[in-house]
Design a binder for this molecule. Structure first.
Ligand SMILES: [Zn+2]
Length: 469
């Protein structure tokens, strides 16, 4: 069984949390068990500003991941003060992504500067994971979305979605019993061992062990006295306070449970402890090109399927439907090109055009449409929701299939353009319904208050970027 330990590392109000963090990192080092510490940018600055070089050194021996700049609160007044997902729900995709890139680049910069390594993993913040976050993080060099979107939270098969490597699996946590008053430390440890062995015996392929270091110092969340009455407006920094924490002995006892448990897991021969960065290193995409024959093979497969879909190419890797779209446009716009680039592509960011179509486009005019589209695609890097063609407006599904037809046709053959499904088939039955049934953003103060209809639709449209990893 593979095991990934990860820690949402976020308490930036109580210096005692730094000691717990150091203790956990040292336990992992001592027992040879790697872990991923997902740092909030403000937490990284807090550790540095507390002068804790020792904490930085202890954590740096493990994967340093990312957990947003401020835990999606807004203590800075450079931006409009609304709950960030609310902003994205209301604004266009591009404005939402632009704000996230602007705010999150600071956190990624600071974590990199303080810990000496640029994070490649985002540990999801709360239940929040809107696809705009993934797009922004992709632009900032993050490659792994840990814990996954709702349609892929237990399946250990890594996939790509929004150009992020999705590493999901069943999870357990120290937090299930850490604060119980009616159990001794030994009983809590025994509870963790039993829960772990149950996974091992039942054949869980990969287990995530997910915890917050701050839970080892207090049973009150660090945000509670500061932000739970409302992040809008956020309290100024001078008013941030730490909730009461446990005694030194109690903290020691809880860290002892973790230390014993880490030793136990590390000592099992059938367990392989991994980090998210290791998954990234074996799967990170290399810049790629395809020859025209290979592109035609992809066109043939998509034509057989009759719908946008992911297609396996050489070397056991896949093109997402969005990537296939980009490859087809380039190949048709540049018929003399020997090498066709495989480009990072997102799905449509507006509702796809879905008027029925049943026409034949003259071959040369269709190629002219592709040349025109290629110029738009170069920096947009997304599947358009509507393509203006010589026979009128066409949706992305119909245009993808028409391009497949054009790639396989003889020169001068008219290109059939037919009504086609605009969305790729789901990897598992019900994926689209799963996305529709759960709000991507569930900030604790706003639970149930906000309707995220647009964000949910965005999460479905980005199914164009799904492919096996
Ligand atoms: Zn968190």
């Amino acid at each position: 069984m593979e095991v990934v330990f990860s820690f949402d590392t976020e308490d930036y109000v109580d210096p005692v949390s730094n000691d717990a963090l150091k203790g956990l990192a040292e336990s992992h080092t001592r027992h040879g068990v790697p872990a991923c510490f997902g740092l909030v940018g403000e937490k990284a600055r807090f550790i540095r500003n507390c002068g804790r070089h020792d904490v930085i050194e202890a954590v740096s021996r493990h994967e340093v991941g990312y957990h947003s700049d401020h835990h999606f609160m807004q203590p800075d007044y450079d931006y409009e003060h609304v709950f960030t997902p609310e902003y994205m729900e209301r604004e266009s995709w591009d404005r939402g992504v632009a704000r996230l890139i602007s705010e999150e680049s600071q956190g990624i910069h600071d974590v990199t500067e303080i810990f000496g390594a640029r994070p490649v993993t985002w540990l999801r913040t709360y239940g929040d994971w809107a696809p705009q976050y993934l797009a922004a993080f992709e632009r900032l060099g993050i490659g792994v979305f840990a814990y996954g979107p709702p349609f892929h939270i237990l399946d250990p098969q890594p996939i790509w979605y929004c150009n992020q490597l999705i590493i999901a699996n069943p999870r357990m946590s120290y937090e299930s019993n850490l604060h119980r008053e009616d159990m001794t430390a030994e009983e809590k440890l025994e509870g963790h061992r039993r829960a772990f062995l149950k996974h091992l015996e039942s054949g869980t392929e990969r287990l995530g062990i997910v915890t917050h270091p701050t839970r080892f110092i207090s049973d009150i969340w660090w945000e509670e006295p500061n932000w739970w009455d409302g992040i809008v407006p956020a309290p100024p920094r001078e008013r941030w306070i730490a909730p009461p924490h446990f005694t030194e002995e109690k903290i020691k006892e809880l860290l002892w449970i973790a230390d014993e448990f880490i030793a136990f897991v590390g000592g099992l021969g059938e367990v392989e402890c991994k980090t998210f960065r290791q998954f990234w290193e074996t799967r990170r995409p290399a810049p790629g090109w395809m020859g025209l024959d290979a592109v035609r093979q992809v066109a043939g497969q998509i034509r057989i399927m009759g719908t946008p879909c992911a297609v396996e190419i050489e070397g056991g890797t896949y093109l997402s439907p969005a990537e296939a779209f980009g490859v087809f446009v380039f190949a048709l716009a540049n018929p003399a090109a020997e090498r066709i680039p495989i480009r990072t592509m997102f799905g449509p960011t507006e509702e796809p055009h879905d008027t029925p179509v049943d026409r034949d486009a003259p071959h040369d005019d269709f190629l002219a449409d592709c040349r025109h589209l290629e110029l738009r695609l170069r920096d947009a890097a997304r599947v358009p929701h509507l393509i203006t063609t010589c026979i009128g407006a066409v949706g992305p599904g119909a245009f993808l299939l028409a391009m497949a037809n054009a790639l396989l046709a003889d020169e001068n053959d008219a290109v059939p353009v037919r009504t086609t499904e605009n969305m790729p088939p789901p990897l598992h039955d019900g994926d689209y319904d799963t996305l529709a049934s759960r709000a991507p953003c569930s900030y604790i103060q706003k639970r149930g208050e906000l309707d995220f209809a647009r964000t949910i639709r965005h999460s479905q449209l980005q199914y164009w970027s799904v492919k096996p990893a």
